[in-house]
Structure formats: C-alpha cells, structure tokens
Design a binder for this molecule. Structure first.
Ligand SMILES: Cc1cc2nc3c(=O)[nH]c(=O)nc-3n(C[C@H](O)[C@H](O)[C@H](O)COP(=O)(O)OP(=O)(O)OC[C@H]3O[C@@H](n4cnc5c(N)ncnc54)[C@H](O)[C@@H]3O)c2cc1C
Length: 393
C-alpha cells in the first residue's frame, strides 16, 4: 500500500523548509501554494546560527550560503545622538560558539534556494495557484480542497499559511492577529547612495524614541536593505503599499543627523503594519498542525520569525519520521516547539519596548545597560536563542 503524502498548505519559508525536512526523512509531501509562483519580491531577512545550522542539516545550507552575506557584526546605535551603544563581532568568538554563523539574504534569494532544493527531490510535489479553501478530517486521512475545486488527500496536513492563517481560525479561534501600533517601511538603497558611516558590513539598528531604523547589505553588497519602523498607533492593514518619501521621513523627525542621512538616502518606501499574537497552548487538531507564522507570529524585532519556522520544519520532520501515527507525531512536534517559540514571541515585544523604542529617561537606562555589556555577557544572553537545535534533524 502506498502511504499518502503529507499536505502542506502554504509554500513560504516555513512550508518549503518543511517539505525539504520531510524529504530528508523519506516522507512525501504536496505543497499547495496560493500564489502563482514560490518567489517573493521584497526585502532582506537575517538568519541566525540556529536557522543556518538547520538549513545545513536539511541539505539546503550550501545553496542558501551561496546567496547569503555573512555580515561581520551586529550593532545598535543611538538614533538621536549618533553614537554606538553596543556592537557584537560575528566572526570571532560568536562563530566559535554558535558554529553556523550569522547572515543576511534577500528574501527572494532565500525562497529561490529553498525552491530549488524542493525541485531536486522527487518526494516533493509543488503546486502553485492552489489556495486551500476548505478541508475535512477523516479517521485515517485529511482532504483539502483548493479554490479551483481540486481535491487533495494526505495522511496529515501542515498549515504553513502565515500570519493570517485560515487554518488557525479553526484550530485555535483566537480572532485576528493583534495590531502592534507599529508601521514598518522598507526599501532597497544602492550601495553608492548610502552615507559612508552606514556603508558598513554589518546589520545596524538605530534606536530612537518611538522608532528605529535598520540597514544591512544585500546581493553582493550592491544594495542595502532599509527597514524603518515607527510606533504611530497604526492599526489598519497595510501589506506593502507604496507611499511617498516625504511623509515617511517626517515620521522620523526625532532622529539626529547621522541616522537622518541614512533615512534620506531611501526612496520608494513601502509600508506594512505589524501584528503578532499571544502564545497559545496548542497548534494541533487531530491530523492538522500549524507551523511558522500560522503557529507563533511574532514582531520582527528579534529577527527570528523565519528562523523559528525553519526550526519548526526540522522538528516536524523528525517527529513524523519517528512515529507511524501522525496524530502522535504532530502532538509531539507542537509540545517540543511551544515553549521556545513563545519565549521568542515575548522577547520580540520586549525588544521593541525596552531596547529599540524607549525615549527620555528610559532611553538613558537602556543606554547604560547596553554600554555595560561585555562580549562575554552578550554571548551568554544569546546562548538560548542561537544555539542550534540538538537531535538528528
Ligand atoms: C519587516 C519584517 C522583517 C522581518 N525580518 C525577519 C528577519 O530578519 N529574520 C527572520 O527570521 N524573520 C523575519 N521576519 C519574519 C518572517 O518574515 C516570517 O516569520 C516568515 O516569513 C514566516 O514564514 P511562514 O512560511 O510561516 O509564512 P509566510 O512567509 O507568510 O508564508 C505563508 C505562505 O502561505 C501562502 N498561503 C496563505 N494562505 C494560503 C492558503 N489558504 N492556501 C495556500 N497557500 C496559502 C502564502 O501565499 C505564503 O506563500 C520579518 C518580518 C517582517 C514583517
């Protein structure tokens, strides 16, 4: 008897990584993706050693590393005064300690790398233009129906359908994702247009009152990814709409000259509003499980949403390979992931409030805390987050 495949709803970073992870364990999957292709325009993404180590183990690391920039440092600067508050060298003791390194990559390049790895496997079927609109669970299988009326049968279903997950409504029922009141603007800046003090080989974050600005190099260092965020109370839904440059710059009036020079180099900004959710206890119902942002959406401030989705993928594959019964495997997967991902969700909110956005006396306390951090203490703080997962995934 042929064992039916695992259905994956959503071919983003989490869904493709899950398919690759399962193929490594000899498990067939069918990835149903709503969009016409598996690529994404847009900006950059940072990948910590916890995610890079998983990608290496899944066999996709080499492809990703061909397009990755292994930046030399992470730095937080004061957006008002212009000085450096803390800087972490990523090539010295960081690399010795966490092994897999730290890098930045264009999101399209990351997805392309994962997509290519999927195409190489005859255990993965990729189906574009396949939006899952309904599903039904049976005693020994799951059926999904796509918008075009096609039906798909699998032994279980992984819902990797992102922040606005349709599956989550049914499995968890905790309403819409929660608006953070933050708006983010992104654009790419050609390297020669970056002010010299920003044309550096690191990921730099300028922390200001109620706002922060980030830049790092991408694509052979020919462009810089620019991501600027303001706490302006936004609650509406924006997913990349084009906006005029001048009004965007005005939102950052409080920053000083050095951060402003970077801000003014950016043009063609696009706007997103940011949402997350409270951690919940379960992401599994019978033969259906959530993965990635569908399970544990977080604000981007720890640069870990995609990293967590990649980790989920490895743990999921591990558990599905270890148990014949999918319900046991999915329960085990969620139990293994719950606490860690909840901690990162909470950390992401904390970073905004306590590190990136404080003003006045709170900013003074933040500065004192950061200026006091030695490399030893920083590495110790980051240990739980960046240490790659154990196990045989
Ligand atoms: C500004 C910003 C910066 C970020 N920076 C970082 C960073 O530096 N590092 C990091 O690790 N993370 C970062 N993140 C978070 C990261 O982008 C997400 O956590 C990650 O994309 C989640 O992957 P996913 O596969 O779970 O969901 P998604 O990437 O949202 O993919 C979901 C996929 O499902 C498809 N889909 C949706 N509904 C259906 C359906 N019904 N049927 C079929 N397909 C469907 C969608 O088309 C999409 O392809 C950032 C996020 C933001 C907003």
């Amino acid at each position: 008897m042929t064992i039916s495949p695992v259905l994956v709803a959503g071919g983003g970073i989490g869904g493709l990584a899950a398919a690759i992870g399962m193929a490594r364990k000899g498990i067939r999957s069918v990835v149903l993706e709503r969009d016409r292709d598996f690529l994404e325009i847009g900006a950059g993404i940072q990948l910590g050693p916890n995610a890079l180590a998983v990608l290496d183990r899944l066999g996709a690391g080499e492809r990703v590393r061909e397009r990755l920039i292994p930046v030399a440092f992470l730095e937080i600067r004061d957006a008002v005064e212009g000085g450096s508050l803390v800087r972490l060298d990523l090539h010295g003791r960081f690399l010795d300690r966490f092994g897999a390194g730290y890098g930045v990559i264009h999101r399209g390049d990351l997805l392309r790398s994962l997509h290519e790895a999927c195409l190489e496997s005859d255990l993965i079927e990729l189906v574009p233009s396949a939006e899952v609109t309904s599903w039904e669970e049976h005693a020994d299988h799951v059926e999904a129906v796509t918008a075009d009326g096609r039906g798909w049968r699998g032994r279980c279903l992984i819902a990797a359908d992102g922040l606005h997950s349709r599956f989550r409504r049914d499995l968890v029922g905790d309403g819409d994702p929660i608006p953070s009141g933050h708006a983010t603007f992104r654009c790419l800046i050609r390297s020669e247009l970056m002010p010299e003090h920003c044309r550096v080989d690191g990921a730099v974050l300028w922390a200001g009152p109620g706002c922060h600005l980030v830049h790092y190099p991408l694509r052979d260092r020919e462009v810089y990814n620019a991501v600027i965020t303001v706490h302006d109370g936004s609650t509406g839904e924006a997913r990349g709409e084009a906006v005029d440059d001048e009004p965007v710059r005005h939102l950052f009036d409080r920053v000083g000259d050095r951060a402003r020079a970077f801000l003014e180099a950016g043009t063609g900004w696009r706007r997103w509003t940011l949402r997350d959710r409270e951690p919940v206890d379960t992401w599994v119902k019978g033969r259906i499980a959530l993965l990635g942002d569908a399970a544990h959406p977080m604000l981007q401030y720890a640069a870990q949403g995609a990293c967590m989705a990649i980790e989920d993928a490895a743990v999921l594959a591990d558990r599905l390979a270890a148990h014949d019964d999918p319900e046991t495997a999915l329960g085990d997967y969620a139990a293994a992931r719950r606490e860690r991902t909840a901690r990162v969700q909470r950390l992401s909110r904390w970073m905004a409030a306590e590190v990136y956005h404080p003003g006045g006396t709170a900013a003074g306390r933040r500065d004192a805390m950061l200026l006091d951090l030695t490399e030893d203490r920083l590495l110790e703080h980051l240990n739980w987050l960046y240490t790659p997962l154990g196990g045989n995934t």
